[in-house]
Write a protein that binds this ligand. Structure first.
Ligand code: GDG
Length: 499
């Protein structure tokens, strides 16, 4: 956080998220407890804040299906070697996880918010589970709320109902904030949700509701206006008055830990990873370029559309065969859901198809990398990629785009960016990345060719502007702006009701 003022100082902070920052597992014959550390993004960024502020992090114990783990204490002090805050775990059985996580959250809300209505399933059973889990989260939060005006910060779409329960369990004074990491759709899409009123009712118990960009903020206000007749929307202040409360709706474009990524990119581990990867895939010692995609294998990321564009490029421009290799770093995700299993197997088929169709004795067009990489290894991959493709059909922000930029310490890479990723709403990205529409195969393929032929001066000019912006608007600046908004709400409330 900023040097001069730390808004979290002296606050009792409760962070609530589906995933936990530290995962405790039993290993070996003597059941030694091994602790997984937070990696990347929000969890790694918030962990030091929690370590200095103290407080509690409430999360799903993930691993609770294992009876050994389920017997573990609900609360554990973390980090293990120097305990600074409490991790409160909720143990969820398999049926609950199926309904709350795979069901309502990821077959209902995820496709709804990504406007993928044909993939959206809402069942009464999913909804019941989602409600119950949200109540359990809220109870755990309420137990942890102490002191004067505690701060509670909810993360994401798994927890839309919890704020209302926390508010109603005697926490009128708590400052409740929520950050929604995925898009918020317009009313035309949102009204397809059978529980459209209940979800908004839950979220409007927050004092602050944050999304990545103004477009989602406007969509949210449009939905409230259409769906909750008793809510009053003040467009000028971007505030909703509802059920006696006031919710400020704000956009906070999330950033990445740019310094950490840049130092990862120049580390020995990054070079060692890259050297061996390049040697294994015949990328070293040649002028063959590298085009990279890094994604969870999710239909919202437009990965199949990317393969269509690559196939179009190599089919129609044979002179480009052998001149670049496409590396797909992909992590399996949500494999408990059929749509995901099918999507992931279609990606495998596309990789084989392109390699069979265009591959030669000394060139493999597509390299699929499925292992989870360490942060420095990933940064090494980003640094050495001449072009990165981000082709989301819809995406809340897309941190991969920002990480690629942060790792470009040599300023010679080009970012090809879908106009449908939240990050594209940032004018610096819109102007300095090459914009593409993943659904327009022909144009997408042309944009990839343009990226591969951009002059070195143009690459450098664009990348320098992007890097400046990614450093100025990094993860800690993002957290600062959320905490400052919470502080303002707390002060406003203190002024209104002196304690
Ligand atoms: C949601 C929203 C929003 C991937 N492979 C490895 C690895 N990763 C990391 C990347 C990046 C993260 O996964 C993916 O983040 P994204 O932002 O691209 O996407 P989602 O997972 O869908 O995240 C999204 C985000 O929330 C934040 O609000 O931007 O729109 O959908 O950080 O680095 N990390 C490591 N090894 C890998 O192999 N270490």
């Amino acid at each position: 956080l900023g040097d001069e003022h730390d808004p979290t100082a002296g606050k009792h902070l409760v962070v609530v998220s589906n995933r936990q920052p530290y995962r405790h597992e039993f290993e070996g014959d003597d059941d030694e407890v091994v602790v997984d550390r937070p990696t990347g993004g929000l969890t790694a960024g918030l962990d030091p804040v929690m370590q200095s502020a103290g407080g509690t992090w409430v999360a799903w114990g993930d691993g609770g299906a294992d009876p050994q783990v389920a017997d573990a204490d609900d609360c554990v002090a973390v980090p293990p070697e120097d305990p600074a805050y409490t991790l409160r775990r909720l143990w969820l059985d398999e049926e609950t996880v199926d309904g709350y996580y795979y069901g309502y959250s990821n077959r209902g809300l995820w496709p709804l918010c990504h406007s993928a209505l044909t993939k959206t399933r809402f069942s009464q059973e999913y909804w019941e589970r989602y409600r119950t889990v949200n109540e359990r989260f809220a109870d755990a939060v309420a137990e942890q709320c102490s002191g004067d005006r505690p701060w509670v910060w909810f993360q994401d779409y798994h927890l839309a109902l919890a704020p209302r329960h926390v508010r109603e369990s005697g926490n009128e004074d708590a400052v409740l904030a929520h950050f929604w990491h995925i898009p918020w759709p317009g009313p035309d899409v949102y009204r397809s949700c059978p529980q459209r009123e209940e979800l908004l009712d839950g979220l409007l118990a927050n004092d602050l509701f944050g999304v990545h960009i103004d477009r989602y903020r406007e969509n949210f206000l449009d939905c409230v206006e259409e769906i909750l007749p008793t809510a009053i929307v003040d467009r000028q202040r971007s505030v909703v008055h509802y059920e006696g409360g006031e919710t400020r709706v704000r956009s906070f474009p999330m950033g990445v830990d740019a310094d950490r990524i840049a130092s990862g990119a120049t580390s020995d581990e990054a070079s060692a990873f890259w050297e061996s990867f390049a040697a294994d895939n015949r990328l070293d010692g040649s002028d063959r370029q590298v085009v990279l995609g890094v994604d969870r294998l999710d239909y919202a990321k437009g990965i199949l559309e990317r393969f269509d564009a690559l196939e179009h490029l190599w089919a129609n421009n044979p002179e480009w065969r052998g001149r670049f290799t496409y590396v797909q770093k992909g992590s399996e995700t949500r494999t408990g859901i059929r749509d995901y299993r099918e999507y992931q197997s279609r990606i495998g088929e596309a990789v084989d198809r392109l390699n069979d169709r265009f591959g030669t004795d000394d060139w493999q067009p597509v390299v699929a990398l499925t292992e989870m990489l360490s942060e420095p290894a990933l940064a090494g991959l980003y640094r050495n990629a001449d072009v990165a493709l981000v082709s989301s059909i819809r995406d809340g922000m897309n941190l991969v785009a920002k990480e690629y930029v942060a790792a470009q310490v040599d300023h010679d890479g080009v970012l090809v960016l879908s106009r449908h990723a939240g990050v594209h709403d940032d004018p610096v990205f819109a102007e300095n990345a090459l914009t593409t529409d993943p659904l327009d195969t022909c144009a997408f393929s042309d944009t990839i060719r343009t990226a591969l032929t951009l002059s070195s001066a143009d690459r450098s000019r664009r990348m320098r502007r992007l890097r400046r912006s990614v450093h100025e608007n990094d993860l800690s600046a993002w957290m600062d702006s959320v905490f400052e908004a919470m502080e303002d709400i707390g002060e406003h409330r203190a002024g209104a009701t002196p304690s």
